[in-house]
Write a protein that binds this ligand. Structure first.
Ligand code: PEP
Ligand code: MN
Length: 357
């Protein structure tokens, strides 16, 4: 199935098609003054799309949950007093109706909401007949099908100006990031839907000011289309996500430092290198096949000698030996471990098949 096939550009009139497209603004609209001061500073550095959360999905109750509908009037002032479009997060049909009524130009579905098909369907239903750009953040859990499902629900409701925002995933084993990037998920989304614009949200991914620049650069190197960055005129005093918000002047600096590489430059050299990669992959597949064949023979041996399939000490030996070897060649432990685990899992599967024949 080739869903999402007639995606239209998310670029509204007056937004130049120049990478990266930047959506910036505070995590939350707090006061009329805070919104207007921040918006004007962002407009001055050339930002064209202003973000501000009006309704905030907070992990714990009792924290600031957004100013609610009254903030929509502040966004109207932003539109009138700067040349920016305005964007906000919607999580239910009431939010959609209010945002549309007050002329919000761009909507996004937050990470907690895109993990919930009922909520996404409700939003999609209330957007029928509305023609504005809608972005879908990745769900909090690393499930690409759930992310695509949310995009499809909106698409099926007639939304064509669709985009995705990669903001990272909840994970127990990440240390420096607030939400683990797991870039391969966004890369897979790009592979399946090359025409779908993907933005990166380094603010929620990194969770700290220092990580905004390096994550943004990584996103550009992977070929993302744009960035959604939290910016506040006085970040230290922000009512939500204070640690990850940056001043507009810092955003301006980061934006200027980004290196945007040309995706379309295809040189003869590159083609030759790709040929070598293809040949190496051929050899890899042959080697893995050979290894599985041996593994099946071992399976037959284990069957005749009534041995268990899983021999943990042998498996530990293999892991340790190859990880140490790979590290010497500059290949990370995480990568080597994943490869060995996948190979081992397949070996075990084949041997179990043989033993139970
Ligand atoms: C936000 O953009 O302020 C937000 C709540 O983000 P996320 O849905 O990615 O957590
Ligand atoms: Mn936030």
């Amino acid at each position: 199935m080739n869903s999402l096939e007639n995606i239209e550009s998310i670029l509204l009139p007056g937004v130049p098609d120049k990478k990266p497209i930047i959506i910036a603004g505070p995590c939350s609209a707090e006061t009329e003054e805070q919104v207007l001061i921040t918006a004007k500073e962002l407009a001055n550095i050339g930002v064209k799309i202003f973000r501000a959360g009006i309704w905030k999905p907070r992990t714990r109750p009792g924290t600031f949950e957004g100013v609610g509908s009254k903030g929509l009037k502040w966004l109207q002032r932003v539109k009138k007093e700067t040349d920016m479009y305005v964007a906000t997060e919607v999580a239910n049909s009431k939010h959609v109706a209010e945002a549309i009524k007050y002329g919000v130009d761009v909507l996004w579905v937050g990470a907690r909401t895109s993990a919930n098909p009922f909520a996404v369907q409700e939003i999609a239903d209330s957007l029928k007949g509305v023609d504005i750009p809608v972005f879908v953040k990745n769900p909090v859990n690393p499930d690409i099908e759930l992310w695509i499902g949310a995009l499809e629900r909106l698409y099926n409701a007639g939304i064509r100006k669709l985009g995705a925002i990669h903001r990272g995933f909840s994970s127990s084993d990440n240390n420096i990031y607030r939400n683990a990037p797991m870039w391969h998920i966004a890369i897979e989304l790009r592979r399946r839907y090359p025409y779908l614009p993907i933005f990166c949200d380094p603010s929620h991914m990194g969770g700290s000011r220092e990580l905004i620049a390096p994550i943004s650069q990584q996103a550009m190197d992977i070929g993302f289309y744009g960035l959604m960055i939290e910016s506040h005129y006085n970040p230290d005093k922000a009512w939500s996500d204070a640690k990850q918000q940056i001043k507009p002047e810092v955003l301006d600096y980061i934006k200027d430092m980004l290196v945007i590489r040309d995706n379309y430059q295809s040189t003869e050299n590159l083609n030759q290198l790709r040929k070598q990669i293809d040949n190496t992959d051929d050899e890899l597949v042959e080697l893995i096949t050979k290894r599985m064949r041996i593994s099946k023979e071992i399976g037959t041996y284990k069957k005749t000698h009534d041995m268990q399939v899983l021999q943990t000490s042998r498996y530990s030996d293999i892991l340790n030996r190859r990880i140490t070897q790979a590290e010497k060649f500059g290949i990370s432990e995480v990568c080597m471990k994943k490869i060995l685990e996948a190979i081992h899992e397949e070996s075990v599967r084949l041997q179990i098949e043989i033993i139970n024949k």
